[in-house]
Write a new protein. Structure first.
Length: 63
């Protein structure tokens, strides 16, 4: 899937959530989409959680 199609699908889902469930539903759907995107990146190996944790705790790496 190309990025334009993915963006269109995300916009459709968020639009549906806003129309059907109001602003609270929109925010909840946006949160679920963000968590799903992060989980997908972790499973693909495109996001290293240990590196993110080390950056947030102030640890530095030698590389």
């Amino acid at each position: 899937m190309n990025p334009t199609l993915i963006g269109l699908a995300v916009a459709a889902v968020l639009g549906w959530a806003a129309l059907d469930h109001g602003f609270g539903g929109f925010l909840l759907m946006a949160l679920f989409l963000a968590v799903g995107a992060l989980a997908g990146r972790v499973m693909e190996g495109r996001l290293d959680l240990r590196g993110l944790r080390d950056a947030l705790t102030g640890r530095r790496s030698s590389s």
